[in-house]
Design a protein around this ligand. Sequence first.
Ligand SMILES: Cc1cc2nc3c(=O)[nH]c(=O)nc-3n(C[C@H](O)[C@H](O)[C@H](O)COP(=O)(O)O)c2cc1C
Length: 227
Amino acid sequence: MKKVLKITSSVFNAGTETGVSTQLSNGLLAGLRELANETGVQLDVVERDLALTAIPHLDPAWIQALTTQKQERTAEQVAMVQFSDTLIAEVQAADILLIAAPMYNFTVPSTLKAWIDHIARAGVTFKYTEYGPVGLLENKKVFLIVTSGGQHEEGVTDFVRPYLKTALGLLGLKDIEIISASGLNLGAGPRANALLEAEQATAAVLAGAAGLFADNESAEQLQGGAA
Ligand SMILES: Cc1cc2nc3c(=O)[nH]c(=O)nc-3n(C[C@H](O)[C@H](O)[C@H](O)COP(=O)(O)O)c2cc1C
């Protein structure tokens, strides 16, 4: 079995056209489901739409709750910490993360930043050492889907890719592949090109992703052989 955590954050949703990053992440997930089916691997998927389920910003009440001894927390504080713990547990459990990140005002949506604030917890998802911080989330594959109205890819105005690679890297999430759709609002031609390129990138990513399930298959066969 492989576990997938899919995070979407586009504000384009119910009542409007579904966000491009959401559409692309749906396409990638469908491809992963097919691969899993072909290899006889069960895919367990958790989906979180950060635009629909509010992720509270860290605030004084939250840090107070986290730093209060477990047995001394009020019911409200217990609930606050539990919410963060649930987000962390979802990441810890996942073998594969799909993170859809549209560019809003040059960076990720604030909801996605808030999610990262919750899952980056010292002593749990990374630790400080005398040599610097060390990530504690290991052996996970990350697919980032990055969309933008203009062209910014890895340039000085791109605060999406460098930020996500740095923030996720802190947690040990370093095996990252990026699917981009850039220039979506530059006119019909550039938009069509961007969507085509994203489709081709998705196909390339899926061609390489077969290995994610092949390992699982041979492990299951080995277990079967030993039984
Ligand atoms: C609030 C908001 C801010 C945006 N800021 C930027 C920006 O700074 N740079 C850019 O290239 N596009 C920007 N865009 C355009 C989006 O990146 C583009 O519409 C993209 O398709 C969004 O992905 P989505 O459809 O998955 O939401 C912005 C769009 C919105 C709604």
